[in-house]
Write a protein that binds this ligand. Structure first.
Ligand SMILES: C[S@@+](CC[C@H](N)C(=O)[O-])C[C@H]1O[C@@H](n2cnc3c(N)ncnc32)[C@H](O)[C@@H]1O
Length: 189
């Protein structure tokens, strides 16, 4: 049987319905913000030691809200250091919103943004075809692994792109919450 999360993703109407329920009933953004405040500084404490530039890869960066929060924490930990922030994001609409957010935000002067309009798999295929394996100090995949067909292979690939002191951050909602969303939709019908 397909997993509850996968069946949500293959049905756009059901997904939108679920997402609205999710936002209405979860403390997702609040939890994420708490994590960024309390835990993230320790996670990134060693990624940029003595480096003139910190390279960050956001996989499925969406409209950039969480990315900018992460970047503010990296800036606070490494004041004045140049940051290259690359974003893999297949949705043109999300990229456009991300660019608007960057344009409206001050204190991003030392950050260079590069957007790749493609999926994580397309990025991997393109890098392999170009024989490139750029290394990263920090890679994050926040609420995006649900969309990927081969999760272990995706994690293995991006983990292989980490610098020696690099860190990979993955954030997902638990399957139990998705099951709860399914049940709630079924009851609402
Ligand atoms: C739920 S959003 C999360 C956005 C952002 N990380 C956040 O937490 O606010 C998931 C994002 O992953 C993107 N996405 C979907 N499939 C993807 C794939 N195969 N590779 C990379 N990103 C993908 C979607 O377009 C969407 O912007």
């Amino acid at each position: 049987m397909a997993s509850p999360m996968r069946s949500l993703l293959t049905n756009p109407n059901r997904y939108l319905q679920a997402f609205r329920l999710f936002l209405a009933n979860s403390t997702e953004h609040q939890c994420m913000r708490e994590f960024m405040e309390r835990q993230l500084p320790a996670v990134i404490a060693s990624i940029g030691n003595e480096k003139p530039t910190i390279n960050i890869l956001s996989v499925g960066g969406g409209a950039g809200e969480i990315d900018l929060l992460i970047l503010s924490k990296v800036q606070a930990s490494y004041p004045g250091v140049t940051i290259n922030n690359d974003v893999i994001e297949p949705s043109a609409d999300q990229i456009s919103k991300y660019k608007e957010r960057v344009a409206e935000t001050s204190s991003l002067e030392n950050i260079k943004f590069t957007w790749h309009e493609e999926t994580s798999y397309e990025y991997e295929s393109r890098m392999n075809a170009e024989k490139k394996s750029k290394k990263w100090d920090f890679i994050h995949m926040i609420q995006m692994l649900y969309y990927v067909k081969d999760v272990p292979a995706t994690i293995r690939y991006f983990q292989s792109l980490l610098e020696a002191q690099g860190k990979l951050l993955i954030i997902l909602v638990s399957e139990r919450f998705v099951e709860w969303v399914h049940t709630s939709i079924a009851r609402a019908k």
